[in-house]
Write a protein that binds this ligand. Structure first.
Ligand code: PLP
Length: 434
């Protein structure tokens, strides 16, 4: 008994707030007890009770090659044998930065951090330093990590003067974040017309994928670029989730390059560290060289650019070949077809959404374009669907507002397990809906 997931979760709640190190893991939105994970290899997660699951979370993105890819494990073990961290410059951080610059044509310089949150904090500081202005514009439903100024999403309709989403965020901080509905170019134009000389930056997820997947409307990202350029503001493209996942050079490689635009700053994370704590802010030399010690904008980190994480990231990216992206797209298409067919057969209202190889379902009949629309879905139906899939060996994100992730290790066997589990889960969702 002491080694069951339930026993671990009970122990955890005595010593860790809510039992978890990051909130969504606690299963609050789907109910129940999270399985405790013992190991993960390829596309399979094994819990402490010995049960196997097909993993459709991929550590929330990093496990793009599958878990514990042998080449990444070998290189990282070898790096660790020469110490985890030096607090001094090391070759793998240079090689990883060079790999990023090679892949993403709009990037000249890369500064490593330990989390996407930190990368975003640095990008915001750079934007404010460059523009000499204070106000940041974000879109409701876009997640940019848990820095104070980004925990402001409450907003519908026109610009909402920021009210904090979380106790502990001061009104002084929140008032410098303006929130708009996602995808509304006219609202962004109106905001710039009124407040243009106060806006330091617009930050956007390259593909919003933290409220479920919401494909960017054609021309939306480019409109952000055009308006920020016109008004002297900085464009920050948050590719923490999409970078090196949806394509070799991220969503920018699919959209920006084709349309001829680039943001001033990118943020990267998740895939970039292959599962180790690693993220980055990147961009043109002009703005990035404002960072200390090249310039006056302070930013630092005891563990930043450490040889363990940068080695894991470098070897991961080296294995993210064009073939991998072809496979991820095909696998995403297969999983989408299996789940959509099952939901439709059971009569469950659902809207499959997809951009690049990222996909999710909203449990509603209408396609979702904004956070307010996302919140109209039937999360109870998702909860029933989720638990039935888990019972039958498929590990989904424990929230209706998260993207699903496939990997290079997902093959026919995984698709068969998903196909076998989907019909019962869809029926469970249908009865929860009724
Ligand atoms: C995950 C994520 C972050 C935050 O990264 P952490 O490493 O969790 O701090 C920021 N932006 C986007 C788009 C993300 O998906």
């Amino acid at each position: 008994m002491t080694d069951s997931s339930a026993a671990w979760f009970a122990r955890a709640q005595q010593v860790i707030p809510g039992g978890v190190s990051s909130p969504v893991r606690a299963f609050r939105s789907v109910g129940g007890t999270p399985p405790y994970v013992a190991s993960a290899h390829g596309a399979t997660i094994t819990d402490v009770e010995g049960k196997n699951y097909v993993d459709l979370v991929g550590a929330w993105g990093p496990a793009i090659l599958g878990h514990a890819h042998p080449a990444v494990v070998a290189a990282t073990q070898s790096a660790i044998a020469d110490s985890f961290s030096f607090g001094a410059p090391c070759p793998p951080e240079v090689e990883l930065a060079e790999e990023i610059v090679r892949r993403v044509g709009a990037v000249d310089r890369v500064r490593f951090t330990n989390s996407g949150t930190e990368a975003v904090m640095t990008a915001l500081r750079l934007a404010r330093a460059k523009s000499g202005r204070d106000v940041i514009v974000k879109f409701a439903g876009c997640y940019h990590g848990h820095a104070d100024s980004m925990l402001v999403a409450a907003g519908s309709g026109v610009a909402t003067l920021g009210l904090p989403d979380s106790p502990g965020v001061t009104e002084g901080t929140a008032k410098d974040t303006l929130t708009l509905d996602y995808g509304n170019i006219a609202a962004l134009e109106a905001l710039f017309a009124e407040h243009g000389d106060r806006i330091a930056a617009v930050i956007t997820e390259a593909i919003p994928a933290n409220m479920g997947v919401v494909p960017p409307p054609a021309g939306f990202n480019k409109a952000i670029r055009d308006l920020t350029t016109k008004h002297g503001a900085v464009m920050i493209l948050d590719e923490v989730m999409t970078g090196f996942r949806v394509f070799r050079d991220g969503w920018w490689g699919i959209e920006g390059k084709a349309e001829g635009w680039s943001p001033d700053l990118f943020t990267f994370g998740k895939v970039i560290g292959g599962g180790m704590p690693l993220a980055a802010v990147a961009g043109s030399a002009e703005i990035m060289d404002l960072l200390a010690p090249a310039g006056p904008v302070y930013q630092a980190g005891t563990l930043s650019g450490n040889p363990t994480a940068t080695t894991a990231g470098l070897v991961t990216l080296q294995h993210c070949t064009d073939d991998v992206y072809v496979h991820l797209n095909a696998t995403a298409t297969s999983v989408q077809a299996i789940i959509t067919d099952a939901l439709n057969a059971a009569g469950v209202p659902n809207s499959p959404q997809r951009a690049g190889n990222l996909f999710s379902w909203f449990f509603t009949n209408e396609p979702v374009h904004t956070y307010d629309e996302a919140k109209t879905q039937n999360t109870k139906a998702f909860g029933a669907f989720f638990h039935s899939m888990l019972e039958n060996g498929v590990w989904l994100p424990p929230s209706a507002y998260e993207a699903w992730f496939v990997s290079a290790a997902h093959g026919e066997r995984e698709l068969e397990i998903i196909s076998a589990a989907a019909p019962a889960a869809a029926r469970a969702a249908a009865s929860a809906h009724a």
